[in-house]
Ligand binder design. Sequence first.
Ligand code: LAN
Length: 663
Amino acid sequence: MDVNLFLIAFRVAVAHGIFVIVENAIARAVENLARRQEARGSWAGDYGGPMFLLPMYVGLTHAAGRPVDERRRRRMLEYLASAQREDGSLGLHAEDTQGSMFTTVLGYVALRILGTAPDDPRAARMLRWIHANGSPLGAAPWGKHFLCVLNLYDWRGIHPVPPELWLLPYAAPFHPARLWCHCRQVYLPMAWLYGTRSAVPAGDLIRALRAELYQGRYAAIAWEAQRNVLAATDRYTAPSLALRAVNRALDGLERLVPRSLRRRALDECLRHIQFEDRTTSFIRIGPVNAVLNTLVHCFRRADAEVERSFTALEGYLWDGHDGMKMQSYNSSELWDTAFALQAVLAAGGHDPVVRRAYTFVRDNQILDDVPELEAHYRHRSRGGWPFSNRPHGWPITDCTAEGLKCALALESKIEASDRIPPELLEASVGLLQSWQNQDGGWATYELKRGGAWLERLNPSEVFGDIMVDYSYVECTSAVLQALAQARTRFPHLEGVDRAIARGGDFLRTRQRADGSFEGSWAVCFTYGTWFGVSGLVAAGARRDDPALARAVDFLVGRQKPDGSWGESGQSCRERRYVQHSRGQVVQTAWALSALVRAGAGASEPARRAARFLVGRQEVDGSWARESLVGVFNKTCLINYDNYRHYFPLWALAEWRDSHRHTD
Ligand code: LAN
């Protein structure tokens, strides 16, 4: 080759070097996703994190008299061992910076049920921590409740969970149906178990556990005096004056409840429990009521229902890199598939991968409302998408939005006979509209039904914001993005413009003085700001909008010297940005995508972020597992294991494309 020509080519290559490298990284990341795709078109991944779930499952196997098989038993023990902290405790979640009485006590009980002897070094260290930090008397209320069922705590030692609340008219401002659906579906079987004072028989193991946990003092405990006892380790939402007053009132009322009223209330609870079972194929809305509803059927000796429950519970178990755990949902498949699909599309597509993923999205849309919705306090479902799969049955606002985005993006590329019928897409748009709150935002599963004052009655102590389904930045943003696309596809639909405008206004009220948005379902301001920016743009914000500039300033101000973003899970607890000691790939991807969408793709911070992402990529096109970035209810981190495979890809593709447009 001519030397001059070579030099020119070399210079061009250096100037465009980063683009060549990024292009290559994108191609490899797409191949990685292609390799990881399931035959059914979805992506499956570890959805563990919370440390109270596996112990609850193990406790259930004891109550049901269905011991886990040997292989699983060993894998479950490996999991508990891998999560055990230096000091012997378990945290609320796998990466917690401190131990929790709630999870450590349940974890100890699980170890023993799984056959570990009390003098095993791990068990002994756990028990030492429990005694050094008090006793199970200080476990958070959900822990105490579960111990009651296992006959390791006395029902007199907790405040009542009155089933009678379910007999109130809905107009009552504290009717349980006004609570966030996850909260009410947990307290529903809790109320049944409390109302019947159900407990497993105290056999040898239970008696031994009582002696170990309470150091031989079980028989002497003054149970009524333990109701407000709480270990310092377990306190996030301290009981308010209002909650204490309500608890005192409930303590008094419990003695006055006529038997016939209690019986009627228990029947009403059971009716709702069985409705939840039926409409979710026994999967139930989440892991906690999956266990508790099953316990209800165990105590009723309803064998067929117990059997179906255990079959459905299989979906929650995950044999992962650190052992076998119970996941936080029966899977995150729809959610992961929708994002992976959008990332691959942004990268330029990959035919068989995209088609298979579309098929999964199509086949997991919810086609029907639940029967007699009003009588069961349910919103419509038809046209919605769930977080996991169709058999689960509960549609979610932002999952519906992501599903609809995928459906609209691919409609023209799929043969008519394989497409989602347009009327189902319109139903999906109508459903999104029906979910808009009065404040202009969108909550998670339902309209906001209760007043924010209900939060003062949050009895969980360890979680924040569990009482009400509030409007969230993330949900609102996702819905705005979907509606903005739907408006083009279905220009005749009414009210969409107005819904978008109101949603955009809601987002603006949520931007903080420093330009950030607080996220609720992943860590934290990085995630929230990505959604905030995306939502504002979907609602029509222009590139010169000061709100976007402020969001960009916020992010750029927190970029680390290596071009990354790394935000600690502490941010969610403390509700302020806390730096992580190390840059995180997934958060860097959100920040980079936010910069691009806000119009700052050509900036130096964006280029450095792209470089960082490429630098962290493995040879096989994947990215390694880093810190947990998912969260719920302010305190509990959760693993979205597939985020590392598609968010960096998506951000790099967007960054590349932002240059294509400006070139
Ligand atoms: C989830 C999982 C999905 C998640 C997204 C769709 C990602 C989010 O954008 C909206 C909120 C939602 C639906 C969500 C809410 C809280 C859940 C259900 C979870 C994090 C999975 C497990 C968690 C649930 C509350 C765990 C059980 C504990 C309780 C406090 C009831």
